[in-house]
Ligand binder design. Structure first.
Ligand SMILES: NC(=O)c1ccc[n+]([C@@H]2O[C@H](COP(=O)([O-])OP(=O)(O)OC[C@H]3O[C@@H](n4cnc5c(N)ncnc54)[C@H](O)[C@@H]3O)[C@@H](O)[C@H]2O)c1
Ligand SMILES: O=C(O)C[C@H](O)C(=O)O
Length: 336
């Protein structure tokens, strides 16, 4: 029996993500929370003939905690998306407050759940989650994930497009480390499986263009949607896939290596990665091995080339202040 919750379930990501989770045979109970329309979305999905039982909750009468009660996994695409001209950091003011409120509700209702944070800016909202959970005395660094999986999906798609055809995207596996915004997104093209041909990797213009497309893939969608939001469908697919990885490792006994934006601070096992990148960052998107309790091991970044070393240094520089912003966030006191 696995209970999954989507917070922000009525939104652009939330609805298709909830649909994909309703189709996941590992999930037996699907609970949808949003400040609007959660009951409508839940009623709609509940007619699909799959095992997961769907229920929707709105804020009145402590709806968030009712939705979250005893959940095993919580996926969070709640909060505002970008419009053209905005950075992800511009979303912090609104989304940090939403994240702190939801983190407190999780601490109260399902402190042992896996927590998958999609809300931007991920580089800062994950520290907001961690700090709120720490204050509540329930922080488990092995169970908190910033979902950077869309960057990995994009890396595969864009690399395949350059090398041969987008149709070959499913064959590609390219680790992406760092964070989830612009220069903090570091695709490790030299570690691609299958290998990216040397004529692309050693051609500065071609390689820079590929790295740039992966780093700014989110902007491509924001521009194309022209004011109607950011990536929703590709994120829903990436979020559902990452949820599946966590659930398979926890309940299906299929451990696997993925990347996610996780805590590297005290007792996390992240010291080795900090040495590799030569910096004291407490959050980073890294290779992790998933198991029944979440993150079993933080794995090394491994062998990288000079261009990737330069990208990593730029990522670390930008990431530091974003992490600090999340760590030092103080939620506004409740209105009396
Ligand atoms: N991690 C990633 O790779 C990634 C990718 C795409 C989008 N995002 C981010 O995901 C977030 C959601 O994007 P979207 O396009 O679905 O936005 P959206 O506006 O379509 O949906 C957001 C939903 O959150 C709900 N919401 C607002 N406050 C809430 C609260 N306190 N509790 C519960 N729900 C609440 C809204 O009612 C809305 O239904 C944005 O911050 C966006 O930047 C992240
Ligand atoms: O670009 C955005 O604002 C949304 C998301 O982070 C993305 O990468 O698509």
């Amino acid at each position: 029996m696995v209970k999954a919750v989507v917070c922000g379930a009525a939104g652009g990501i939330g609805q298709p993500l909830s649909l994909l989770l309703k189709l996941n045979p590992l999930i037996t109970e699907l609970s949808l929370y949003d400040v609007v329309n959660a009951i409508g979305v839940a009623t709609d999905l509940s007619h699909i003939a799959t095992p997961a039982q769907v229920t929707g909750y709105l804020p009145p009468d402590n709806g968030a905690e009712k939705a979250l009660k005893d959940a095993d996994i919580v996926v969070i695409p709640a909060g505002v998306p970008r419009k053209p001209g905005m950075t992800r950091d511009d979303l912090f003011k609104v989304n940090a407050g939403i994240c702190a409120t939801l983190a407190q509700a999780i601490a109260n209702a399902c402190p042992k759940a896996f927590i998958l944070v999609i809300s931007n800016p991920v580089n800062s909202t994950v520290p907001v989650f961690a700090e709120t959970l720490k204050k509540a005395g329930v922080f488990d660094p092995k169970k908190l994930f910033g979902v950077s999986h869309l960057d990995i999906v994009r890396a595969a798609t864009f690399a395949a497009t350059v090398v041969s055809s987008p149709a070959d995207a499913p064959k590609y596996s390219i680790p992406v480390v760092g964070g989830h915004s612009g220069a903090t997104i570091v695709p490790l093209l030299s570690q691609s499986n299958p290998k990216i041909p040397a004529e692309i990797l050693s051609n500065k213009e071609k390689r820079d263009a590929l790295v740039n497309r992966i780093q700014f893939g989110g902007d491509e969608v924001v521009k194309a949607k022209d004011g109607a939001g950011s990536a929703t469908l590709s994120m829903a697919q990436a979020g559902a896939e990452f949820t599946e990885f966590v659930l398979q490792a926890a309940y299906g006994k299929k451990s696997r290596t993925v990347q996610a934006y996780v805590f590297l601070g005290a007792d996390s096992g992240g010291e080795g990665v900090k040495k590799e990148i030569g910096a004291e960052v407490d959050y980073f998107s890294v290779n992790i091995e998933l198991g029944p309790a979440g993150i079993e091991k933080i794995l090394p970044i491994g062998t990288i080339d000079d261009q990737e070393r330069t990208l990593l240094a730029a990522a670390v520089k930008e990431l530091g202040p974003s992490i600090e912003k999340g760590v030092s966030f103080t939620p506004a006191p409740p209105k009396l």
